[in-house]
Design a protein around this ligand. Structure first.
Ligand code: HEM
Length: 507
């Protein structure tokens, strides 16, 4: 069978190393460069890596994702990288029985039993966090909204999963520039881990440049934080522990014997998997929305017509928010959370031909890396139509305005196959609930209207701060929250954090 791909020039000894070297700090752009030069199918080789075949078509992706963990695997390098980052029990770093066990352990966090804990966390963290925004508006100070989203999501996760408070946000907007060890450690580990992907010798080079030590220290602190929370819950009397109905309590029920590292790895994985991706979705959506104000109005009208915004929306209200969901899916289409990814062929295989595009079947050899760029594929006019590069949430709405979930793997932002994202529903809920409780109250204007870029990583984080100015939107402002004792002054949008809040509703 003829192999129709067009390899860039290679020399046997170094492969494409010289071509790739200048791009090592931004491999996503390199994938895009290859796509524009060679099309959907291209291959490159790197010493220590062998051959990588980029397959930017849903048909090929469907084949690979369906055969994930049988014909294709993550490959030794990726498994070692994720094990160092998130632990050997993390679903990201495991295959076979270990993977099955870890997926079983994390499952309860997505179950309906957790919806109450999630809603409670949203109310306790998200609603008071609006006070920070109203203070920023009153003081007319510029804030980094990407930082705000990141901190908000970590606080919600700690509250929801572990009933633990972690003070990353206060009513004072200046809190956003106060460094916090947990955030610094997470970002250190993330960027070092992503640098490891295309450096087959990282275990050696990091010993020489001290990066390994920095990573180990950050990892140690992150582990300890979670270990301490698990240990203190384990020490509690049965009655005291019974008062909790969070994810941790579900984990610990009747499991005195279980390896504590398993729980810790799973908790750290969930924090990583949920925080970064959802933060990025929110920030990139703000970037797109600021250029498409009609969609801001549509979301605002939707939120105001559905709920009171007095409290975060409940899980089962999600279907009432088609416009919010369409905006999420359209944001993820253009800014997919995991923008590029790969697998390794565990055996010889053949990718299906696509005769209408002139592609015959494609032979893949055992040991080949098979990679794809969701970032490229989901902007491809041949896949998504002539307006593929445009932000147009309407493509996910039907004639009645109902949300229509795009099919996988044409839409591949949540992955597909056995390793598809188990958190897609929970991310959708958080995205909708957060926007629905912020947009009706605030006009949010980026300080600079400009193109924005990503920093190279496992996820598509924004490279520069997302600096914005806020205004309280009095035209759509239907509710005013205040402490009972401040009700009469009419100036406070929302006062008071934590217990003892009361809500006053004004029409
Ligand atoms: C907008 C938000 C999110 C996006 C775009 C996203 C995207 C993805 C993608 C593309 C994968 C597949 C990776 C691969 O095949 O190698 C994945 C896996 C995963 N996601 Fe998400 N995710 C999001 C939110 C979440 C949330 C909120 C959670 C948990 C609370 C979560 C937990 C996981 C886990 C545990 C896996 C590993 C699955 C496995 O390998 O078995 N994700 N996610």
């Amino acid at each position: 069978v003829p192999i129709p791909w067009a390899p860039p020039d290679t020399s046997d000894s170094v492969g494409n190393l010289l071509d790739i070297l200048p791009h090592l700090a931004d491999m996503l752009s390199y994938f895009s460069k290859l796509h524009s030069q060679y099309g959907d199918l291209v291959t490159f080789t790197l010493p220590g890596f062998g051959r990588t075949i980029i397959i930017d078509r849903p048909e090929w992706l469907e084949h690979v994702r369906k055969n994930d963990m049988v014909v294709y695997g993550k490959g030794e390098r990726t498994l070692v990288m994720f094990t160092a980052f998130l632990g050997g029990w993390s679903p990201f770093g495991a295959e076979g029985m270990r993977w099955k066990t870890s997926r079983k352990v994390i499952k309860p966090i997505f179950a309906s039993a957790q919806f109450d804990a999630t809603l409670r966390a949203m109310n306790e963290i998200l609603m008071p966090a609006r006070e920070l925004l109203s203070n920023a508006a009153k003081q007319d100070v510029v804030i980094d909204f990407n930082e705000f989203f990141g901190r908000l999501l970590v606080m919600i996760f700690y509250k929801m999963a572990l009933s633990s408070d972690i003070a990353l946000l206060t009513p004072d907007p200046s809190c956003l520039s106060e460094p916090h060890m947990l955030l610094a450690d997470a970002s250190t580990q993330n960027s070092i881990s992503s640098g490891r992907i295309f450096n087959p010798w990282w275990q050696f080079t990091e010993q020489l440049n001290g990066v390994g030590e920095t990573f180990a220290a950050a990892r140690g602190r992150a582990d300890k934080l979670v270990d301490d929370i698990i240990a203190s819950r384990r020490k509690m009397s049965r009655e005291a522990a019974a008062a909790y109905d969070d994810f941790l309590s579900t984990l610990l029920q009747g499991t005195d014997e279980v390896d504590p590292v398993l729980f810790r790895d799973c908790i750290i994985t969930l924090l990583f998997a949920s925080k970064d991706t959802t933060q990025n979705a929110l920030s990139w959506s703000l970037h797109e929305l600021s250029r498409h104000p009609d969609w801001v109005d549509a979301m605002r009208n939707e939120a105001l017509s559905r709920d009171t915004q007095e409290r975060a929306i409940p899980y089962d209200n999600l279907a009432n928010y088609p416009i919010h969901m369409a905006v999420l899916y359209e944001t993820l289409r253009l800014w997919p959370g995991v923008p590029k990814n790969s697998r390794v062929a565990l055996q010889d295989d053949v990718l299906p031909g696509i005769p209408e595009l002139g592609y015959g079947p494609i032979k893949v050899d055992k040991g080949d890396n098979v990679a794809w760029s969701d970032f490229e594929m989901m902007k491809n006019e041949a896949v998504w139509g002539p307006d593929a590069k445009e932000f147009n949430p309407a493509r996910h709405l039907d004639a009645d305005g109902q949300f229509v979930k795009p099919s996988q793997p044409k839409f591949h932002a949540f992955g597909a196959g056995p390793r598809a994202c188990p958190g897609s529903q929970s991310a959708t809920y958080q995205f909708v609930a957060i926007w629905a409780s912020i947009l009706p109250f605030f006009d949010i204007k980026p300080v600079e209207m400009k193109d924005r870029y990503w920093s190279d990583g496992l996820t598509i984080s924004m490279r520069d701060p997302l600096l914005v100015r806020l205004k309280v939107d009095w035209s759509t402002y239907r509710l005013q929250y205040s402490r009972a004792d401040e009700e009469t002054n009419g100036t406070s949008l929302y006062s008071g954090v934590g217990a003892g809040l009361s809500y006053a509703v004004y029409s």
